[in-house]
Ligand binder design. Structure first.
Ligand code: 3PY
Ligand code: MG
Length: 259
């Protein structure tokens, strides 16, 4: 593995116990993710669930983020695990899968991310070779360690099944979707990523991940929130989104111009 193997940085740094902050990109232009990691983000997440990003742009973004020396992570739409495998072939360092609500969901997800004997990922990497610095057989033997399967916890069912989800071989960690979780925990009363019930759930999820040696991650609306969540032991935190950052920057500069 070489220093120019950005795909490998994610698993290595998380296993070393580092806390990583990533951008969140939903616009359909690969330059957005690349531009974000040319700032000090540790990784970029490309969001195919709620973002407008298509498959080809996601593949291009993975390559461009890699050329900037950083790992790319992709969130796939609900249940689209075949897409997860294709994005791994293209060099995504991790897949975030939304709405993993049971042990069965987690097993199916892991089966598309990991090669046998853990899962059933089909062989066909292309950009993953260049981005991992490994070829053929060498890549095959390292792939399950390098590519992470991160299951989203964002419902009551998922919280109830948390331990069994974390115990699934091939599930490397979980990622909290605080908005969906707030809707679920308040029985549809509010959508509030900072709701006290979400905070309580974050504490519980952080503790269970620590006990089981798995990575805890969470979506964070702001840098301030990412700092608070990181202090709870979460080591893969997103900060804002491409759209939100553009709006904030625009508001700030227009206010400066108009006084
Ligand atoms: C949530 O908060 O539900 C998310 O999925 C973050 O995008
Ligand atoms: Mg969600």
């Amino acid at each position: 593995m070489t220093a120019s193997a950005p795909l490998a940085h994610l698993a290595r740094r998380l296993r070393a116990g580092e806390t990583l902050f990533m951008s969140w990109c939903g616009m359909n232009d690969a330059a957005i993710a690349e531009t974000s990691v040319r700032e000090d983000f540790d990784a970029a997440l490309i969001d195919m669930q709620h973002g407008a990003v298509d498959f080809t742009t996601t593949v291009q973004a993975i390559g461009m983020v890699g050329l900037a020396g950083k790992p790319a992570i992709a969130r796939v739409p609900v249940g689209e695990f075949a897409t997860a495998s294709r994005l791994l072939d293209a060099g995504a360092a991790a897949i975030v899968a939304p709405m993993i609500n049971s042990e069965a969901d987690a097993k199916r997800f892991a089966s598309f991310v990991k090669f046998p004997p853990i899962g059933e990922r089909s062989w066909g990497p292309h950009r993953a070779f260049g981005l991992s610095g490994l070829e053929g057989e060498a890549y095959f033997h390292k792939a399950n360690e390098l590519h992470l399967a991160i299951a989203m916890i964002e419902t009551r069912e998922a919280l109830d099944a948390l331990d069994s989800i974390l115990d699934v071989p091939g599930i490397d960690g979980v990622f909290v979707g605080p908005s969906d979780l707030s809707i679920a925990l308040t029985k549809g009363a509010v959508v509030d990523a900072g709701h006290p019930e979400v905070d309580k759930a974050l504490d519980h999820i952080g503790a269970r991940c620590k006990a089981k040696g798995k990575v805890a991650g969470a979506f964070c609306m702001t840098g301030k929130r990412a700092k608070e969540v990181a202090a709870k032991g979460f080591r893969l935190c997103s900060i804002s989104t491409d759209g939100m950052m553009m709006r904030l920057g625009a508001r700030m500069e227009l206010k400066a111009a108009r006084g």
